[in-house]
Structures are given as C-alpha cells and as structure tokens.
Design a protein around this ligand. Sequence first.
Ligand SMILES: [Fe+2]
Ligand SMILES: [Fe+2]
Length: 261
Amino acid sequence: MNILFIGDIVGKPGRHAAAGLLPALKEKYGISYTIANGENAAGGYGITPDIARALLNMGIDLITTGNHVWEHKDIIPYMSESTTVIRPLNISPLAPGSGVAVLRKNGVQPLAVVNLIGRVFMTPAECPFHAALTALSELKHDHPDVLHTLVDFHAEATSEKQALGWYLDGKITALFGTHTHVQTSDEFILPQGTAYITDAGMTGVVDGVLGMDREQILQRFTTSIQKHADVAKGKEELQGVVVSTDDAGRALSVLRVKEQI
Ligand SMILES: [Fe+2]
Ligand SMILES: [Fe+2]
C-alpha cells in the first residue's frame, strides 16, 4: 500500500498547489491514502471549516494540525464532530476534537493516523512519548485489524523528532515530522520497519519565509515589531513523502516528494 503525506499547507497558494498536483501524484505513486497537515491552510494561520471541506473535497482523506489549530474559533465545533480533521492528541485530554483517526476504504487495508505535538521550543503539552504508547494500545484494543499506523509529529526540535522515531520503531508504519516548513533530506527506514523523516516540508510558496511574505518577515526581524504577515506570492510547491508498506504495516520504502505547479 502506498500512502502520501503532505507537509503543512500554507494559505491559498498551498491549497492551489495541492489541488493542482494531487491527481497526478496519486496516479503516479498509486496512492491509497492521502494525509495532509493543514494547520496553516487559512491565510497561514489555522484552518476553517470551509477550508477543511475544500481540502477533503480535493482528495485528501485526513487533515492533521499543530500549534495553530485553534486560530479560527469556528473550527472548534467542526472538529468536535469531525473524524477527518484531527488535532495533536497530547495538547490536553480535555481539548475538543480527536487526536487519532482510523481510515477505511474498500479494497485496501485500514490506516490509523495519530497526530502528536512536541514539547521542546513549543507551548506546554503532555508527554508525546507516553501519549503515543497509550494511543497505540487503545488502537490495538479497539481496532485489532489495523496494522498500519502513521504518526504526524508536529515539533520544532530535530532531536525530539528523532527520539520519538526510534521510540516507535517497529510499533508504527511511519513517523513524519511537520511544523518547521523545511523539508529535511534524512528520510530512511528504521531497523524495525518504521519510515522516518524529520520534516516532510511545506506546501505553498517557496520563495517566501516558511510560506509567508518575505518582506514582512524581514521587517519583523530587522525592527522587532511583531506585525501580522501575509501569505507569500510566487512559486508554488507541494512537499511531502510517499511511504510504501507491506501487508503487516511495515515500511518498505520512503520517498521525498517535491513538485512545483
Ligand atoms: Fe506549520
Ligand atoms: Fe506548526
């Protein structure tokens, strides 16, 4: 089974790139499931119900999020009901929405997705290592037929991402990092069969700063005045990873994807 994971979709250009490139990518790699991080899909900050629906309608099966999840308050009631937009599991056990989803389609094996957030250089959260183990044991109990599990680990620190990758090696199909918006070139298969990349990258304008307008971000850095930044305009790229798996849920290969529209 082949699974496509798309790095943080940033604003309208990110949505445009995903919509334009997805059909050919899915065809090229024979994709069964498409997962995308959508925490920056609405103007670079957060996601709205309309934008979530638009992403799902373009052929994304599940949207994960991150630290910007609650930026638009109308997403809270939407996510409380949704099974296809999830938030980091370990922000708080009392948070609305879910941090785990199980996807099922005819003709292919089911896929569980767990969204976690890091604690290093991030806002306070529960332990992602403990949250991961708890989620996996609940999945095993509630969905014993699910052998494929993908983790989106939304985190800043490379060390924390690598550590969780090693911790979950052999327990999950893949751990893909998000949040930094910079695709790393360290994709590999851990010894027990878990695919890993520190960061899947970003889907949006590549000649801005992390997808945002570079002049406005430069103003911030050079003046220390924290003003709102707009989404960048320019060359659009979709960045992500494709993982191929065996029937037992082990990763066989992991490939970086980087395509311009
Ligand atoms: Fe992001
Ligand atoms: Fe983030």
